[in-house]
Design a protein around this ligand. Structure first.
Ligand code: NAI
Ligand code: OAA
Length: 283
């Protein structure tokens, strides 16, 4: 459940929760009239699993829920949280296409938690530059699994007096990429990062709602339909949000050579995850 603080969240429907205690007739009631639908439904990882291991179960859950969205609120903006995000977002897009209500601006894979983690770790390592983590920004691009999570540490704001380099850089990138796995391992079978995901979802939903109500200049990283990497129909990068979802995909900005290699190395895995989602939705 999302609570509104300083913003009216009354249009949010956390449909996994609705599904948790009711049947399809209540899904209709929950979705009808919704402007923004957050989908966190599905099973979480257990230690030893990749996010892609969740595909077998979560792909069908997301497909069916998005089918209901197409039926009851086809103009809603979707925030997709269920893993594997790299595949569930393409699934959502295909379902909307099949129902003649696809708008690429309106489907956003939630990668906000990667940005929150990157900011937190950067602030902890550079307290002399970052007194307040909320004032720090770290774009995270690519996707939401393993090495497809690519923090652009050369673009941290405020500008760092000592940039990350060498072993410190690689250790930090690895920590950000494995942060979800760290939580899964620590919870030892009891789930994944449910609470921090809820905060990330609330941040993203609030940004969407502010933009939907006309506020300008709201920028969030999200995994969306994009042309940033020509081979990839979906890619996470900075997006300017607007009244209808993604107003403009802003892309990766000026990356350094290390980041460019990381992006290039992620292309094959992202392509395969996207193709897998598209094939599943059309099977
Ligand atoms: N994108 C991101 O940053 C993150 C994504 N996740 C993903 O979010 C998903 C949920 O994770 P948690 O909330 O931790 O798991 P959880 O087990 O705490 O909650 C999952 C919820 O999904 C519901 N659900 C299961 N099957 C459903 C169906 N067929 N229809 C509707 N609802 C259904 C369950 O009733 C439950 O309420 C997982 O796939 C997880 O990997 C988790 C953390 C971060
Ligand atoms: O790691 C997981 O399975 C859940 C997730 O996506 C995250 O915490 O980033």
């Amino acid at each position: 459940m999302v609570t509104g603080v300083g913003v009216d969240l009354s249009h949010i429907s956390t449909i996994s929760e609705v599904k948790g205690f009711c049947g399809n007739d209540q899904i209709e009631e929950a979705l009808t009239g919704c402007d923004l639908v957050i989908i966190p439904a599905g099973i979480p990882r257990k230690p030893g699993m990749t996010r892609d291991d969740l595909f077998k179960i979560n792909a069908g859950i997301v497909r069916d829920l998005v089918q209901s969205v197409a039926k009851y609120c086809p103009n809603a903006i979707l925030n997709i949280i269920s893993n594997p995000v790299n595949s569930t977002v393409p699934i959502a897009a295909e379902v909307m296409k099949k129902n003649d209500c696809y708008d690429p601006k309106k489907i956003l894979g939630v990668t906000t938690l990667d940005v929150m983690r990157a900011k937190t770790f950067v602030a902890a390592l550079r307290p002399e530059d970052i007194k307040d983590v909320t004032m720090c920004d770290v774009p995270v691009v690519g996707g939401h699994a393993g090495t497809t999570i690519i923090p652009l540490l050369s673009q941290v704001t405020p500008k760092l007096s000592k940039p990350f380099e060498g072993e410190e850089l690689t250790a930090l990138v690895t920590r950000i990429q494995n942060a979800g796995t760290e939580v899964v391992d620590a919870k030892a079978g009891a789930g994944s990062a449910t609470l921090s995901m809820a905060l990330a979802a609330e941040n993203m939903a609030t940004s969407c709602l502010r933009a939907m109500s006309g506020e300008k200049g709201i920028v969030e990283c999200a995994y969306v339909a994009s042309e940033v990497i020509p081979e990839l129909a979906f890619f996470a990068s900075k997006c300017e949000l607007g009244e209808n979802g993604v107003e403009k995909v802003l892309g990766c900005g000026e990356m350094d050579s290390y980041e460019k290699v990381q992006v290039s190395n992620a292309v094959a895995e992202l392509k395969s995850s996207i193709d897998k989602g598209v094939e599943f939705a059309n099977a």
